[in-house]
Design a protein around this ligand. Structure first.
Ligand code: PMP
Length: 394
């Protein structure tokens, strides 16, 4: 059978994280592994009201086939959001509604990539972008990210040598490291792209979840014609509706619509209408404040516990928002061994390996703090601390 599958499927594994998450659901485990939002914060009652209202307003049409670009009202809302919140000059015509931002990544691969094209990604970086774009068989070039920046010197060398077609960045509260690119770094990167034929994917599903500091410049503002901005309702409202969006130049939207028609005709009209109704009737700022307050507390708790239970030789990021803390063990330790040790104690996190293209047995790992209680954070971090000390003393 193997020989029947297409070349593009060769060597693309199932998502490591999604496999680990299955374990978390099945057993009585404390999980710092996923990137799930806290379901206690889902605006469930408001969504039920919005569902009834959407049905009252649209009638049976809510169940009908609809436009591939997405619901007009939702696209207008999102264009206003981009203008008012990010200072990005886009119109409704620039917005395409997708099945989560994950679909946006797939559509961008479909529209831009030929086999062997060069694509620059972050390292460590979001696994889902490697999985989505791998289907189009590009050549990936990782550029390190750390301490508020992507390595612009490395990027410059790659741009001059390889003329990559796409550059993917997740600049706010990055998955997995939690870091945010500084404004200076963003300007530096935009300056490099400006002079070349590269298109930039600004993936920003966590941008609204800021609990400290000020918003940073959007790449879409710095490089409007060369950037596609990806947003999502997964972290701010609910992930289960699978609603995301992209803001792109009209010429690009045109091609993306064709790719989307080939994939799924359109995103569910039903869920788009519900979300639109929800946004119309509720104060989104207040909802976001509620989420960020809880996430800030959980993040703070996790950092306090790391300070209390982890040895001094371990370093970690302190995010300004989002969902993740990135931990670096002493070089002699392997995060995958720590994972095995922690798993025996009913605790999971994501070892750093899958966030790198090729490197294995590395000494970093990702902790998620949004989907656990403060008690679980205390117990879990204490257990990991004990496991680290055991490995150091082994
Ligand atoms: N980009 C990044 C950086 C993510 O972390 C995720 C989800 N974890 C996605 C895109 C996809 O999100 P969704 O499809 O739910 O919008």
């Amino acid at each position: 059978m193997t020989e029947m599958f297409s070349n593009r499927m060769a060597g693309i594994p199932r998502s490591f994280i999604r496999e680990i998450l299955k374990t978390a659901q099945e057993t009585d485990i404390i999980s710092f592994a996923g990137g799930l939002p806290d379901s206690n914060l889902f605006p469930a009652d408001e969504l039920v009201i919005a569902t009834n209202k959407a049905f009252e307003t649209s009638g049976r049409n809510i169940f009908q086939y609809a436009a591939s670009e997405g619901c007009e009202q939702l696209r207008s809302y999102l264009a206003d959001f981009c203008r008012n919140r990010k200072g990005v000059a886009v119109k409704k015509e620039n917005i395409l509604i997708t099945n989560g931002s994950q679909q946006a990544l797939d559509l961008l691969g479909k529209v831009f990539l030929n086999e062997g094209d060069d694509v620059v990604i972050e390292e460590p970086g979001y696994l889902g972008v490697i999985q989505a774009l791998s289907m189009y068989m590009p050549e990936f070039h990782p550029v390190p990210v750390s301490n508020e920046r992507m390595d612009a010197d490395r990027l410059k060398i790659l741009i001059n040598k390889r003329h990559p077609k796409l550059l993917y960045v997740n600049p706010n509260f990055q998955n997995p490291s939690g870091i945010t690119y500084s404004d200076n770094n963003r300007k530096e990167i935009a300056g490099l792209i400006n002079s070349k034929e590269t298109f930039l994917i600004e993936d920003d599903p966590y941008g609204e979840l800021r609990f400290r500091g000020n918003d940073k410049l959007s790449f879409k503002k710095l490089l409007p014609e060369r950037t596609v901005l990806l947003g999502s309702f997964s972290k701010s409202i609910v992930p289960g509706f699978r609603l995301g969006w992209m803001a792109a130049p009209e010429e690009v939207v045109e091609k993306l619509v064709i790719a989307k028609q080939a994939s799924d005709l359109h995103t569910s009209h039903f869920t788009q209408k519900i979300i639109y109704q929800y946004l119309k009737n509720n104060d989104m700022d207040k909802h976001i404040q509620k989420i960020t307050k809880v996430y800030a507390q959980k993040c703070q708790k996790m950092i306090e516990c790391i300070k209390k239970y982890f040895p001094m030789s371990v370093s970690y990021t302190i995010p300004e928002g989002g969902m993740f803390i990135w931990v670096q063990l002493p070089v002699s330790l392997k995060a995958i061994e720590l994972f095995e040790e922690a798993y025996k104690n009913n605790l999971i996190f994501i070892p750093g390996d899958p966030f790198y293209l090729k490197r294995k047995y590395i000494n970093t790992f990702r902790l998620n703090f949004t989907c656990v209680t403060e008690d679980e954070i205390e117990t879990g971090i204490r257990k990991i601390g004990k496991a680290i000390n055991n490995l150091i003393n082994f």
